[in-house]
Design a protein around this ligand. Structure first.
Ligand SMILES: Nc1ncnc2c1ncn2[C@@H]1O[C@H](COP(=O)(O)OP(=O)(O)OP(=O)(O)O)[C@@H](O)[C@H]1O
Length: 990
């Protein structure tokens, strides 16, 4: 029976029950319900233990090995165990298993989240089972008690499917049991015994049975069979023997009926599924007998139900499929559209890329062109700047750099008076009657408030360096008090390397360059430091310097304007720093509480450079004045008294003298009033000579200084227009030459009288110079002595700050006829080393006629020929009848005020002299002396004594001087004074 039951998978117990009911006597003592429950429990245990085995106890922790129906339901309610089991059998059958983070037992049934998760899992499980063709249950079966039998059936069907797969099952697995497909199993279940029959009749397929037989060793598998035979035996045991055959017959026929019903149901199902063969493992059609109408009807209705279900299922699937197809079609269409769009976008992008490249290329070309134009523009600008500077150089203009001081700490919230600063232009915001205005000024360079000391110096460097090439250089700082003059020239009080001013940097640069040139030149650098306070010149390098009054001598042969000031040899920047510290200390000694000396005095650091050319032996001399002027502001004299008033007067005097000199030079006046102040005297060589001059004009940014700022800038603009003589040199040179020739004629006349060599006496009428040159040409390098024809500013080597070799005749002719020098007994500069000291000593020994040398050195013959003066010098000086006393001194008795004399004799500039000269109508004179010369030469001398001497100048006095030992001092003066005057005039053009 058990075999039959197993083979045909329907419930024999229910058949027996039916039969007994038909026979009207239900077996006593038989508890069918208990049996059904027992059977259901066995099946549940089987399902549970299979699940536990399959998914592991850990995953199936909520599922006991032998669960009650409630435990079984709750254990599987989350769907996790089911899904995991299914995935174990068919990987990926349930794509996503929602694992509940909480123990499902702890979650209240009504918890929305867990309910949703369970539902998700269970639904996914059921769908997958459906797709596999495995009988399923309804999700609600897990939610309500009493329906777990269908779940058990489903699990056991899955188990059967698993075993089929494990046994190498291929193709489509066919379920052999008469279990309803997915949703409702009611058609297959008898109404009156649903719970029991559910557990007995469903899912016990032949396959399952066979699989069950595999597990025969387990008691659980034997129990249904055992209980069935026990049931039959129990039923038959209390029957009378005559009842047994009937009972058995009806029992068998009932079994057959059930069997046929089962078979026909299967076949219907098979047909409905178009599967062709009905899977009956041990089925044998010959065994089938005609079924009763009921069974057939049931089977038909069952089949219809299946078909209907299948149709519904198919329809659902189809509609789902259709929907999916529509979606897929739509998506494909979309993809096509997208592809098209992508293509269009791609080609658009390519086009744009191409265009971009094209434009980029064009832009590159454009930028290249612009860059080229810009560099060209910059080149042109640079070229312009160079040309401008060259023109300035050619014209000999004073360079003017303007520097704007930044606001000092605590002033930052003020509005600057400086509107705009460009390369060479500065615009000042002004306040006028008409409201706000602007005024622009142009200079060689303008440094804004942010300019560093290094930047300022870098534009000054070339000028400084030319000192080593033998130029005279003057750099002076101008501006009102507190505008930053000292800052630029020296630096701030707390000096650092980066804040060092022009003075330190200039000296540092000189040493650096001297070092670089040491293979070709030997340089010696010496320094003087003076201040002009209240029109008194004081030495800042000696402690008692403030008490000693020094004199300024522009024509000093030594090249020292203030020969009496200490001249200290320096060989390094640190030497300079030490010296400047001494200078600053000495300067501050003179300061009082009321009077900051730096604001009230002019200070001047003068650097003297002497360089010896190691190959030619030539000596270059250059000097550089670095001047920090007193504050330029106009002092209202009514507001100050006493010392302050005196200071103000002196400052005003010296600065207005500077202004006068500048404007005289700017207007090319014949008279330039250098002598009106010590300052202009000091700067005479730099302002009117062939020096390179740079003025730093400083302005403050404060609005209340606008008035001073404007007047400062106006002054500076006037300074910028001044031409330093180069243009005048050409013109003046020819005149000077003429003068020289006339003097030479005088000399020749003298010589003739004294039986001088024939070449002197035979002076050609046309050119007095040319006839006298030849004998000296071998010993005199005229090229180094005479000015170049174009009159351009030249290195001192060319224009006069040069000494030729010590053995040169020129070297021996040192001018000492300057009045100041004659009177001042000035020290020799520079303190050269031994071999040079000899030359210096030689210089001292040179006596009469030295002025000629000075004249020669400073003014060269444009034709490059030797001047007749030279020949005169070479022949005359050592004669006992010398024109000048050997001690180089005039008899100046009767000239009380040296300043007066000085001013009288050298107040005029060279143009002044020339003007006088032109007016004197020099041209022809008999006996080598023109009356005009007398006039011209006599004019500058203020002393009546000197003036009375001039008319006597001529052959006779000279002759007297040469011949007559009795010619006293006076006659020497008569000659000397005019020549001295000439020399001074020439010397002033140095
Ligand atoms: N370019 C600058 N950058 C920073 N500070 C500056 C600058 N120029 C000047 N100063 C500062 O301004 C103040 C006045 O400057 P400085 O003493 O150089 O003026 P000055 O014109 O020399 O005055 P005086 O006429 O009294 O000598 C100082 O404190 C100085 O450090």
């Amino acid at each position: 029976m058990a075999a039959i039951e197993g083979a045909f998978s329907f419930s024999v117990a229910s058949v027996v029950e039916d039969v007994l009911q038909q026979h009207g006597n239900r077996p006593r003592g038989l508890d069918f319900d208990a049996r059904r429950a027992e059977e259901a429990a066995f099946r549940r245990y089987e399902a549970a233990s299979w699940l536990r085995r399959l998914v592991g106890v850990v995953v199936a922790k909520d599922l006991p090995a032998e669960p009650s129906e409630e435990e079984f339901r709750i254990g599987l309610r989350s769907g996790i165990i089911l899904c995991n089991a299914l995935n174990k059998i068919q990987q990926g059958a349930v794509q996503k298993v929602v694992e509940s983070p909480l123990d499902s037992a702890l979650i209240p049934d009504g918890a929305a989240l867990s309910a949703y998760q369970y539902f998700e899992n269970v639904r996914n499980f059921l769908v997958a089972m459906e797709e596999m063709g495995v009988p399923t249950f309804e999700a609600s079966d897990l939610e309500q008690g009493g329906k777990s039998s269908r779940v058990v059936n489903c699990v056991l069907a899955l188990k059967s499917y698993c075993e089929w797969k494990q046994a190498g099952g291929n193709g489509v697995w066919k379920f052999g049991g008469n279990v309803k497909p997915a949703t409702s199993g009611k058609q297959f279940v008898r109404k009156n015994s649903e719970p029991f029959m559910g557990s007995l009749s469903r899912n016990v397929s032949a396959d399952e049975k066979s699989l069950n037989s595999v597990c025969l060793d387990k008691d659980i598998d034997k129990k249904p069979c055992t209980s069935l035979s026990t049931l039959v035996r129990a039923v038959l045991s209390d029957r009378k023997p005559e009842e047994v055959p009937n009972l058995v017959e009806s029992l068998l026929s009932k079994v057959m009926e059930e069997f046929e019903h089962h078979v026909s149901g299967k076949s219907e199902l098979k047909k409905a599924n178009n599967s062709g063969d009905f899977n009956i493992s041990h089925g044998n059609k010959s065994l089938l007998k005609p079924c009763s109408q009921n069974v057939q009807n049931a089977a038909i209705s069952n089949r219809d139900g299946i078909l209907e279900k299948n149709q519904i299922y198919d329809k659902g699937t189809q509609s789902r499929f259709m929907k999916q197809k529509i979606v897929v079609d739509q998506q494909q269409k979309d993809i096509k559209v997208l592809k098209h769009t992508l293509c269009a976008t791609k080609s658009g992008m390519q086009y744009m890329q191409m265009k971009f490249h094209e434009e980029f290329h064009n832009l590159g070309l454009h930028i290249h062109g612009l860059a080229h134009a810009a560099s060209g523009y910059h080149r042109v600008l640079e070229e312009n700047r160079k040309l401008y500077n060259q023109v300035q150089d050619l014209k000999g203009n004073i360079r003017v750099y303007c520097r704007v001081r930044p606001f000092l700490p605590g002033q930052y919230n003020q509005l600057s008076t400086v509107g705009h600063v460009e390369e060479g232009t500065i615009t000042i915001n002004t306040l006028s009657k008409n409201g706000k205005g602007q005024k622009s000024f142009s200079f060689n360079k303008v440094f804004g408030p942010l300019a560093t000391q290094e930047e300022v110096f870098s534009d000054t460097r070339p000028l400084v360096r030319s000192v080593l090439d033998g130029y005279n250089v003057c750099i002076f700082a101008y501006g009102q008090t507190g505008s930053g003059k000292t800052f630029t020239m020296t630096g701030p009080n707390n000096l650092t390397e980066s804040s060092q001013g022009v003075n330190y940097r200039a000296l540092g640069d000189l040493f650096l360059l001297a070092e670089q040139r040491k293979d070709t030149f030997f340089y010696e650098v010496s320094v003087q430091m003076i201040e002009i306070y209240n029109e008194q010149v004081r030495d800042l390098l000696t402690s008692d310097g403030l008490n000693k009054r020094l004199e300024i001598r522009n024509s000093s042969q030594t090249g020292l304007s203030v020969p009496d000031a200490s001249l200290v040899h320096v060989s390094s920047t640190s030497d300079v720093i030490d010296l400047m510290n001494i200078g600053q200390r000495n300067r501050s000694v003179g300061a009082t509480a009321l009077n900051d000396r730096s604001s009230r005095s002019h200070s001047c650091l003068t650097v003297h450079v002497q360089g010896k050319d190691l190959t030619s032996g030539n000596i270059l001399r250059g000097c550089m004045h670095l001047v920090d002027l007193a504050g330029s502001e106009r002092v209202d004299k009514s507001e100050v008294t006493g010392d302050r008033l005196r200071e103000a007067q002196h400052i005003n005097k010296s600065l207005s003298a500077l202004g006068d000199v500048i404007s005289s030079l700017a207007q090319r006046n014949s008279h330039v009033p250098y002598r009106n102040s010590k300052l202009t005297q000091l700067l005479q060589d730099s302002l009117g000579g062939q020096a390179k001059t740079l003025m730093f004009v400083h302005i403050s940014p404060e609005p209340d200084a606008t008035g001073e700022t404007i007047s400062t800038l106006k002054f500076a603009e006037r300074v910028a227009t001044v031409e330093l003589g180069a243009a005048r040199v050409n013109k003046e040179s020819s005149d000077v030459k003429e003068l020289r020739e006339q003097v030479a004629s005088l000399k020749a006349a003298l010589a003739r009288k004294d039986g001088e060599p024939a070449y002197i006496q035979q002076k050609p009428s046309g050119s007095p110079c040319s006839a006298q040159l030849s004998p000296f040409q071998p010993t005199l390098n005229a090229k180094n002595v005479f000015p170049s024809p174009n009159g351009m500013r030249k290195p001192m080597e060319d224009v006069g700050n040069i000494e030729v070799r010590s053995d040169s005749p020129l070297r021996q002719k040192k001018p000492t006829m300057d009045l100041d020098e004659l009177l001042g007994n000035s020290p020799t500069w520079p303190p050269f080393s031994n071999h040079d000291q000899k030359n210096v000593d030689d210089d001292r020994e040179v006596g009469p006629g030295e002025w000629v040398d000075k004249l020669m050195v400073n003014k060269q013959d444009p034709n490059g020929v030797e001047s007749p003066l030279m020949s005169w010098n070479l022949n005359v000086p050592e004669k006992p009848c010398g024109l000048f006393p050997a001690n180089n001194r005039f008899d100046v008795s009767g000239i009380d005020d040296l300043d007066e004399l000085d001013a009288g004799t050298s107040d005029s500039s060279e143009p002044d002299l020339l003007w006088q000269f032109n007016n004197s109508k020099l041209g022809s004179f008999s006996n080598g002396i023109s009356p005009n010369v007398e006039k011209a030469l006599a004019k500058p001398a203020k002393s009546p004594e000197l003036r009375t001497m001039i008319p006597k100048l001529g052959p006779s006095p000279l002759r007297k001087a040469v011949n007559g030992a009795g010619q006293g001092h006076a006659s020497q003066q008569r000659i000397a004074k005019p020549t001295s005057v000439i020399k001074r005039k020439m010397g002033s053009r140095k």
